[in-house]
Design a protein around this ligand. Structure first.
Ligand code: ATP
Length: 278
């Protein structure tokens, strides 16, 4: 089946842009909203994701819940972005829209040169399958499959996957490849879940509270794995967390409150997980 998503530039171009992005980090700045300067125009053009005035309203009987209100957001190649906000502020809704799991009520979502807002259900499925990796708080591995088999399963439906052992190697789990989830700790299962998410070589890795169920040292280890994957593969990584300390690892920190982006902060220098504590 010919893919409507094949128009994307090859991964090596992405790597090149990552290098440029890493050297042109803007100084620490805090902005509310996304007023576009002339520099921003270029950024919009190279953005992998461009969200334009996104709103999401859930209707429950007579009640309307405004989960997102007029959100503008660009994601640049290779960025590590942390999304912070109180419970119910709209973080997961935003992540679901980025990942093609949900659609906005109004506004537009562009992924490279594709309009996701008008994509069919089948096209959205294909978009997720080829370009999006998800990591959740709970690992959702298939209990009857080994670590290797859990990761290999994805390679059967992905367009150009890496070898499952390569993905397991990136998360430091290749030696546990033949172990079942019940034989692995929570942190090890989460690392396998990350390997499963990246084996398809996604453009974006969307992580919803990836350390939420882990103790302190294991959480740090999983953060190191996410940082390593981001730096090695150049995968855009978006991490939702309630843990503000994790913000120090990010290229950009986005704060959401009541469905609006209220602050965007760019870190001039990024901390490694070993350097942060909470
Ligand atoms: N499917 C849904 N139907 C109705 N309301 C929803 C639905 N999904 C989310 N909401 C509501 O939208 C708002 C934003 O929810 P969302 O899950 O995006 O917040 P969040 O910031 O991720 O919260 P948390 O940190 O607790 O996970 C909340 O008021 C939530 O109750």
């Amino acid at each position: 089946m010919e893919s409507v998503w094949q128009a994307c530039p090859p991964k090596k171009d992405v790597t090149k842009v990552v290098t440029l992005c890493n050297t042109e980090d803007a100084p620490l700045s805090t902005t509310s909203g996304q007023a576009h300067s002339s520099v921003d125009v270029a950024k919009v053009q190279q953005a992998v994701f461009h969200l334009d005035h996104i709103s999401k309203v859930y209707r429950m009987g007579d009640n309307e819940i405004h989960a997102l209100r007029d959100v503008d957001l660009d994601l640049q190649p290779g960025e590590f972005v942390v999304l912070l906000g109180a419970s119910g502020s709209g973080k997961s809704t935003l992540l679901n829209i980025l990942g093609g799991l949900d659609r906005p009520t109004s506004g537009r979502v562009r992924y490279r040169d594709h309009e996701l807002t008008s994509a069919t259900v089948g096209e959205l499925t294909q978009f997720r399958r080829e370009h999006v990796g998800f990591v959740f708080q709970f690992y959702n591995l298939i209990p009857s499959l080994t670590a290797f088999e859990n990761v290999a399963l994805v390679t059967e439906i992905a367009a150009s996957p890496m070898d499952p052992d390569e993905a397991l190697g990136l998360v430091g789990m290749v030696e546990r490849r033949n172990h079942f989830p019940s034989q692995l700790s929570g942190g090890e299962q989460q690392r396998v879940a990350i390997a499963r998410a990246i084996v398809k070589r996604p453009d974006v890795l969307l992580c919803d509270e990836p350390t939420g169920a882990l103790d302190y040292p294991t959480g740090k280890l999983v953060l190191s794995v996410l940082q390593h994957v981001n730096q090695t593969l150049g995968t855009i990584t978006v991490v939702i967390t309630h843990n503000a300390a994790i913000a120090a690892m990010a290229d950009r920190v986005i704060r959401i409150s009541s469905g609006r982006i209220v602050e965007v902060q760019r870190n001039v220098t990024k901390a490694s997980p070993e350097e942060i504590s909470w």
